[in-house]
Design a protein around this ligand. Structure first.
Ligand SMILES: Cc1cc2nc3c(=O)[nH]c(=O)nc-3n(C[C@H](O)[C@H](O)[C@H](O)COP(=O)(O)OP(=O)(O)OC[C@H]3O[C@@H](n4cnc5c(N)ncnc54)[C@H](O)[C@@H]3O)c2cc1C
Length: 261
């Protein structure tokens, strides 16, 4: 993974209106998930400004009688110029996620607004240890955050330590697997992947659904010094929040982002 270790990267313009984003590259991540690399077509192919964890809202005027609007979080990091990327997982019967994965091609122009969102690391308010709990496509903001801060841990504007606990069905479903495997080797970063439907414990994965036991095992010792972020299926988010409340973690140290409307 190539990263810029300068946290205050060269100033870029702030843009918050509707943009025409050109698809520069598409990477097939897993059998049902693709990453789309985007640049701002109106600004000579530059990248818009964003904070790791923020999302874009896309608008589709021509697919149905009424415009459709969907949000997708950047999985890239702002330090990874010259592109921004969104990683989209197909939802069964979903109109836009399947349209993205089936129809969008390199060179297409997509209308999007943003970036926006407060599901980010806040150096002024958050604890030095950032603990992230995700399921499925809910890992996208955390991939962005890990890409942004993994090489900057301990910097005044970055966390000191990061832990990601993520659940996928099988090894083939792991989103951005290569980058996450690479950061696992770095000091200060811990990635725990539990596979709910495939037993690969001999290869270092955990096995089974992300339940109370796994949360306890992964989070023990963190409760007094961490900020927690959780994103993904409602069941995982609810269970994580309930576990943290049981462990008396203050509300200000728990952040959630729901992908489901
Ligand atoms: C702030 C935000 C950020 C998001 N970031 C991402 C991202 O980075 N990557 C990503 O893949 N998705 C992300 N999403 C979800 C995305 O916006 C869409 O909701 C999702 O792609 C489904 O849209 P669709 O048009 O395919 O499905 P729809 O046609 O809207 O829905 C089809 C069916 O699927 C159900 N459904 C809708 N959304 C979900 C969901 N997320 N999970 C399970 N079932 C669902 C609906 O209830 C409905 O029954 C994000 C959502 C929000 C609000």
């Amino acid at each position: 993974m190539t990263q810029d270790t300068n946290i205050s990267a060269s100033p870029r313009r702030i843009k918050r209106g509707w943009m025409n984003l050109r698809v520069e590259r598409i990477v097939h991540e897993t059998p049902d998930t693709d990453t789309f690399y985007l640049v701002d077509a109106d600004e000579g192919g530059r990248v818009f400004d964003y904070i790791a964890g923020q999302y874009l809202t896309f608008r589709f005027d021509d697919l149905e009688a009424k415009p459709l609007v969907r949000s997708y979080t950047m999985s890239s990091s702002p330090c990874q110029e010259p592109f921004a990327a969104v990683t989209i997982k197909r939802v069964d019967g979903g109109r836009i996620s399947n349209w993205f994965c089936d129809k969008v091609k390199v060179g297409d122009i997509l209308r999007a607004r943003g970036p926006i969102g407060k599901f980010v690391f806040d150096p002024n308010l958050d604890q030095p240890h950032l603990v992230m709990v995700a399921g499925g496509s809910g890992v996208t903001p955390f991939v962005s955050i890990i890409r942004e801060y993994a090489n900057k841990l301990g910097h005044p504007l970055a966390p000191r330590q990061m832990t990601l606990l993520v659940s996928h069905r099988s090894q083939a479903d792991i989103i951005c697997a290569a980058d996450l495997a690479a950061v696992e080797q770095m000091s200060g970063v811990k990635v725990i992947t539990t596979l709910s439907r495939e037993d690969r414990r001999s290869e270092g994965f955990w096995f089974g659904r992300l339940d109370e036991d796994k949360l306890s095992q992964a989070l023990t010792g963190t409760y007094k010094s961490a900020t927690y972020m959780t994103c993904g299926p409602k069941a995982i988010m609810d269970q994580t929040v309930a576990h943290l409340q049981k462990m008396n973690v203050p509300e200000a140290c728990i952040k959630t982002e729901s992908f489901e409307s």
